[in-house]
Design a protein. Sequence first.
Length: 375
Amino acid sequence: MSLQELNINLKNYFIKSGFNYIELPLLFDADIFFETSGEEIRRKMYSFTDNSGKEKCLRPDMTVPTCQNFIASNNKSSESKLCYSGPVFRSSPDSSNNSIELNQSGIEIIFSEKNLNNINEMDAYILKLAEDTMSQLNIDNFKIKIGSIKLFNQFINKLELPTRWKQRLVRHFFRRKYFGSLLDRLGDGVGYDTEKKHSILKEKFNIDDVSEKGLKDLISKQNARGLGARTVEEIVGRFQLKSLNVISQKDGKKIVDLINNFLKLSCNLSEFPSLLREFIKSNNISSFESEVKEMEDFVNAVSDKSNIEKYYFDNDFGHSIEFYDGMMFEIYNPDNQSELISGGRYDKLLIDLGSKANLSAVGFATNNNNIIELI
């Protein structure tokens, strides 16, 4: 079977499964992928500048164009099942001409987020359809890795960290090298603890009273030039607030160890809720029971539709494409680890692209270049 025949076969299979086929352009404004898809895609995009100075690119991905198509043609419908098939283009240092054409076929489901059960049902449905796609191609030697960026975000938000640090860790989780550097910084402590702050104030300003009153008196005695429109009270209040957002080296190391141990959690999907519950209990992480229950409901929904023994949950698994914000998965060949299908949930992408409706979305794409080697 040729790649073109495989593309057509998958296209027809998705149409038969109830999806509407859409033709997508090859050429796009590059900024839409810069803004939505993340560092990995940006690094590999095959882009150029046209005569008007506008940066263009050959499509590196089909999900963003599919969502754009939905928004542009939407006639107040809140749900749609769309499919596509064809090439995407990504530059590659391993290619002799520094570019490569990959063939993808895929589906995207856009729907109203009515309740958690609806979300779990859709996630379970998309996973089952991905399995069925493998069966349609007579491929039975595969495994499924699954993760959840949502679970990671929920965990980070339970930690005793300054808000700005929670936001940094969540925002840069996909940039794994930079994420590691953030953990290193956190482990060294953030800002000054109380003792060190007092020591610096005494050394630099020779004051013993480091209370709010003492700081106000200190500033009031200084030349008022340079204060701008701010009052002494505002300056001291801001200083005290920033002083609260500090983490000692001892506490920072504990938090980093906790994050790393959380990311190490991995096991068969059916066993993951129990493993997660034990981790939360042993580390005294409060108010996480609803998240564990949410994971149990998801596992039950998948178990009702699929052979859950094929699923392995890796808590440190994450796509390089940053628009995913929930469940993520990959079907791969266990013999050489090559990716066959990848996908997940991306609820915020439609809003980022201009949708006025609050919709959910989930989908996957096949890697036909790898699949063709198995059939």
